[in-house]
Design a protein. Structure first.
Length: 258
């Protein structure tokens, strides 16, 4: 595989959203909009529509339902009571407890950077906030299963610096945009926010993946754009060279000019 042109392939490995959640905390700017109601059912339907879109665009998606979700899947609506018990809507049947559910289940946006070299599956892991670190076990299992199925070796590296995964990686042809945030710059117009990917973190990931320095573009984010994928994405038109579709207002200072 070629390192950057093959970052985005036709086959995607996706993870279903958790069927039960009350995840509407204050860390995400959308969560701070108090009139919005979170609907696990609508979220699941939206996820299914994304899979349909992947197929419609000529790709394919692989996923597996997880055993922990089984008690929650056969109900149209779920609700969580004040004690944290999960019930079918309008019923007192106990299906589980919300504190037993990984409501912040990781998706590909925060996944590792995976490359293949010399018959070895190589991955650099994200370095997340404390409450997200339990998610690493999912990726270690997934990488192990895929390496074994393909008859490949496996090499997994931990990033010693804050790096929130592939959401801060945007490959455009043979270049890559690496996004990060600097406390005091990122949140200068609002209250202090939780730390995001650091420049050291994105650089470590690019080093491990084997991206040459002259192929890198570093870009500093501005709140509320907590990942690069909320600002831009790489596109590959069929009739022209790859392009970066970009929102200028998402970078700090004159970053968009670069």
């Amino acid at each position: 595989m070629t390192l950057l042109p093959d970052v985005y392939g036709k086959l995607l490995i996706v993870r279903p959203p958790v069927p039960a959640t009350v995840n509407k905390a204050g860390a995400n700017y959308k969560s701070e909009i108090t009139h919005l109601e979170y609907s696990p059912r609508r979220a699941y339907d939206e996820w299914l529509s994304i899979l349909d879109a992947i197929v419609a665009c000529g790709g394919d998606a692989l996923y597996q339902f997880e055993a922990v979700d089984e008690p929650l899947l056969d109900h149209e609506r779920l609700e969580v009571d004040g004690d944290g018990e999960i019930h079918p809507h309008g019923s007192r049947e106990r299906l589980g407890r919300i504190d037993e559910v990984m409501t912040g289940r990781v998706f590909a946006a925060n996944g590792p950077w995976v490359t293949v070299a010399d018959r070895t599956l190589r991955a650099v892991m994200p370095n997340m906030l404390e409450h997200r670190r339990a998610e690493a076990a999912y990726y270690h299992t997934l990488l192990g299963e895929h390496a074994a199925a393909a008859g490949r070796g496996r090499e997994v590296a931990d990033n010693p610096h804050r790096w929130e995964g592939m959401a801060d990686i945007a490959a455009v042809g043979d270049q890559v945009v690496l996004t990060y945030a600097v406390p005091g710059h990122y949140d200068h117009a609002t209250t202090p926010k939780s730390s995001r990917s650091t420049r050291e973190g994105v650089a470590f990931a690019a080093d491990f993946a084997g991206v040459a320095e002259d192929r890198r573009i570093y870009a500093e984010l501005l709140y509320p754009h907590f990942h690069g994928d909320t600002v831009h994405f790489g596109a590959r038109p069929t009739t022209r060279a790859p392009v970066l579709v970009h929102y200028r207002g998402g970078l700090y200072g004159d970053g968009a000019a670069h």
